[in-house]
Design a protein around this ligand. Structure first.
Ligand SMILES: Nc1nc2c(c(=O)[nH]1)N(C=O)[C@@H](CNc1ccc(C(=O)N[C@@H](CCC(=O)O)C(=O)O)cc1)CN2
Ligand SMILES: Nc1ncnc2c1ncn2[C@@H]1O[C@H](COP(=O)(O)OP(=O)(O)OP(=O)(O)O)[C@@H](O)[C@H]1O
Length: 199
């Protein structure tokens, strides 16, 4: 690894604990308000899509299962499955789920293969923070970076719809990044709504 990317990795590691602690400290009523607001911002925008990739949220993330149910009724909704240090695999959303690797729930249905990410018209991406130009801080597995790199290879350079879902105060932070990071093109927050991010 280059010295520069080692510094970036260390800077990312240093940022995560306070962001995770702030999420854990959010009262359930705030989380519920955030999930509901994000659903309002995304519903009309995404229900016209033929296929959307999202994720089964952890309790502290500002995305709710109600939005996933609404989307699944109207679009093909892809949900990730962690398979190790590789691009994420994908399943269609199912109401019943089981615990997967890393404590994240995963759907019960057949695996579609990592290349299914190329089918999505828009991708909802989990993040702990997002910079002003779309650089995102994830949980550190590199899962989404690998996945979005594969999507870029399969789809080519056309303008993409990669939407990070974060709380208001997590957008616009100074997020360290290197060449492996795949910037998102937009972010949604409870109060600010859906915002396009310039590269
Ligand atoms: N909802 C969701 N799904 C996702 C991600 C994510 O950030 N959020 N990931 C993004 O790449 C991948 C999984 N990466 C993960 C990396 C670390 C932990 C983790 O530290 N889990 C803790 C519990 C965390 C909590 O409750 O806040 C644990 O297992 O102790 C979880 C997922 C794929 N699926
Ligand atoms: N396209 C890639 N190919 C191989 N390794 C990669 C790729 N992208 C990132 N990585 C590696 O994955 C590790 C974690 O990266 P990083 O800290 O950016 O994860 P993250 O974006 O926070 O996590 P996630 O994408 O799972 O939300 C780093 O060691 C990084 O070098």
């Amino acid at each position: 690894m280059l010295a520069g990317s080692q510094n970036v990795a260390a800077a990312k590691r240093a940022l995560r604990p306070s962001l995770l602690a702030a999420r854990r400290a959010r009262p359930e009523a705030d989380r519920e308000r955030a999930r509901a607001a994000v659903a309002v911002h995304l519903t009309d925008d995404l229900t016209g899509a033929g296929c959307v990739a999202a994720y089964l949220p952890l309790p502290s993330e500002p995305l709710g299962r109600d939005l996933l149910r609404t989307l699944a009724a109207r679009t093909r909704l892809l949900i990730p499955v962690v398979t190790g240090a590789a691009p994420l695999d994908w399943c269609l959303f199912t109401e019943t789920t089981r615990p997967g690797q890393l404590g994240i729930e995963e759907p019960d249905g057949p695996r579609l293969g990592p290349q299914a990410i190329a089918d999505a018209d828009a991708v909802l991406v989990p993040a702990l923070a997002v910079g002003p130009h779309g650089h995102r801080l994830g949980r550190g597995g590199g899962h989404y970076d690998r996945t979005l790199a594969l999507r870029g290879e399969l789809r080519g350079p056309a303008r993409d719809r990669l939407i990070a879902v974060v709380y208001d105060d997590e957008l616009g932070l100074d997020v360290p990044h290197d060449d492996l990071d795949r910037p998102v093109t937009a972010a949604v927050t409870p109060s600010r709504g859906l915002i396009s991010l310039p590269h």
